[in-house]
Design a protein. Structure first.
Length: 278
């Protein structure tokens, strides 16, 4: 059932789409039930859309464009804006860069990197956010995170690197079954030709130059061969383009990667933790 909280938290894009659907529907002299039949949805679904109780799905926007869009392309244009709404505000700029990136390198000391997460792991992680998200927002955020995995199969292919702390692989998020499935998923990605996964063991703290203690970071190379850095902590995101700072963070990442296990050693450790290696 639609919740009033969903209506109050609706984004500007959702409100605009709701207004356009209502205006276009009335212009065509259609009831909510009639429009729903034309789109393959119930009248309740159309009502939820027009009152902002439920944001439009990508499929619904495609059908709206075909049925009442009148060739204007407004619902097609809304698809990208609605997609961005599924991400936290601080992440939206980076999400756009990541989608077209030539290369993405990530160091994660706390959780599995978002593009490697299973649906269940992402759901458990996002459901545990504080302050808590509404059920609808959890679904939106999880959907946005899973959608980012299209990067793995994109043409042209993207080169993807992940250095992850070993503690992340043993830190329980969700049930034991969720964690094992997540490790198996990580193994599957690690075996791809365009993906490199390395594990950073805990004993690297024995050395005084363990630069991973500064926290997580992401490096991205754009189609224009521009190199950028994205940092996120406590729900605050920072996108860095200054060449000197990007160089410093790139050197820091290179040091972290050099201290990690090799890709083959990392694969073996993940297999062992997942119970796939005797």
């Amino acid at each position: 059932m639609a919740k009033s909280a969903n209506k109050e938290a609706a984004s500007g894009t959702t409100r605009l789409v709701a207004h356009l659907v209502r205006a276009f529907r009335k212009r065509e002299g259609l009831t909510q039930e009639e429009l729903g039949e034309m789109l393959g949805y119930s009248a309740a679904a159309i009502s939820a859309l027009e009152t902002c109780a439920q944001p439009p799905s990508d499929e619904m926007l495609i059908r709206l464009e075909a049925v009442i869009g009148d060739g204007l392309g407004v619902f097609e244009a809304a698809r990208e804006l609605v997609r961005l709404d599924r991400y936290p505000p601080q992440f939206q700029d980076f999400a756009e860069l990541e989608k077209t990136a030539l290369a993405v390198s990530s160091y994660q000391p706390l959780v599995i990197d978002g593009i490697f997460q299973t649906l269940e792991y992402a759901t458990a992680l996002i459901s545990g956010s504080f302050p808590p998200h509404s059920d609808l927002r959890v679904v939106e955020l999880v959907g946005g995170r899973i959608a980012r995995q299209s990067l793995f199969d994109r043409d042209p292919v993207a080169l993807i690197e992940l250095v992850v702390e070993e503690a992340v692989l043993t830190r329980r998020v969700g049930t034991e079954e969720v964690m094992r499935a997540q490790l198996l998923c990580l193994l599957s990605y690690a075996r791809r030709r365009n993906v490199t996964v390395q594990v950073l063991p805990p004993n690297r703290g024995d050395r005084t130059d363990h630069v991973g203690l500064y926290g997580p970071l992401k490096l991205v190379e754009t189609p224009a061969h521009e190199r950028l850095v994205y940092l996120e902590v406590q729900d605050e995101g920072l996108l860095i383009s200054d060449p000197a700072k990007v160089s410093m963070y790139s050197q820091r990442y290179a040091k972290i990667r050099a201290q990690a296990l090799s890709p083959d050693e990392s694969l073996g450790l993940i297999q062992e933790l997942a119970g796939e290696r005797q």
